[in-house]
Design a protein around this ligand. Structure first.
Ligand code: COA
Length: 79
């Protein structure tokens, strides 16, 4: 599992993230026979970083979404 990809600001916009992600996926496919890759990302006003994944053929899955909850509201469910 990859938690997050980050490129040193000095080296951004030079294709590093695309190369890194491609390498990770190629190892996953060749070594572990991975057939499907899922993840979460976001896009800013310039379309990044989702833009990178789109280049690799990824698309949005509209029926999945992030959720969050306020822990104080769970109290009645905790013994
Ligand atoms: C997102 C991040 C990893 C991209 O790294 P990078 O090495 O600059 O990315 P690449 O150079 O491989 O970019 C691939 C494509 O995305 C585009 N791109 C990357 N960052 C972009 C930005 N901030 N705005 C617009 N386009 C961007 C590149 O221009 C390139 O497209 P192109 O070939 O059409 O020019 C880097 O900006 C980063 O570390 N950000 C902070 C951490 C983060 O957000 N991680 C992603 C969590 S999912």
């Amino acid at each position: 599992m990859v938690e997050e990809i980050s490129v040193d600001p000095k080296f951004r916009q030079g294709g590093t993230a695309l190369k890194l992600i491609s390498k990770i996926f190629s190892v996953a496919i060749k070594k572990y026979n991975v057939v499907k890759i899922e993840g979460t990302t976001y896009e800013d006003e310039n379309g990044a970083p989702f833009k990178i994944y789109k280049k690799l053929g990824f698309k949005k899955v509209e029926d999945l979404f992030l959720i969050e909850g306020d822990a104080s509201k769970f109290k009645s469910w905790i013994n």
